[in-house]
Design a protein around this ligand. Sequence first.
Ligand code: NI
Length: 185
Amino acid sequence: MILMGDIIREGHLTLRTRAEEVTFPLTEEERNLAHDMLEYLINSQNPEMAEKYGLRGGIGLAANQVNSLKRMFALHLADEKGEQLSFVAINPKIVSHSVEQTYMTSGEGCLSVDRHVPGYVPRYARITVKFMTVDGEEKKLRLSGLPAIAFQHELDHLNGVMFYDRINEKDPFGEIPNATPYERN
Ligand code: NI
């Protein structure tokens, strides 16, 4: 079971290192990692489990954050229509994206960052993505809103990029061109 103590924080080199492609079939260790990352997110959103184990709530977790350089991340969140999205993406890719951008009006947060970093993080408003499942099946999804933002945040982790790298240093709340803001309830 992954606990907060297993999640590395900013300043750790693994967060700045590009994760490597995973080959199939997965090893048992890789399968366990995939399972444990998704399990962390599910537990962290369950008030009793979060309280019991001291878990900070999260909707996404990348392998880099548990000090593993495998190209995989977990997402567990509800989309605009309240539909639950819950999966582990292996070797994920953005195959196309909108010209339109978006950003969270409240900024982004990260389980590896123990501080609030103010500023808008520009993201594509809509993306089409491909990834492999744990069982080696290829998935193709169209995402928008929060799922699209979260997917891009996690994919950045696999490339050694932190969300605040994308904030305009000189003008953190400056207008993002061609963007519709995303307001999280
Ligand atoms: Ni993060």
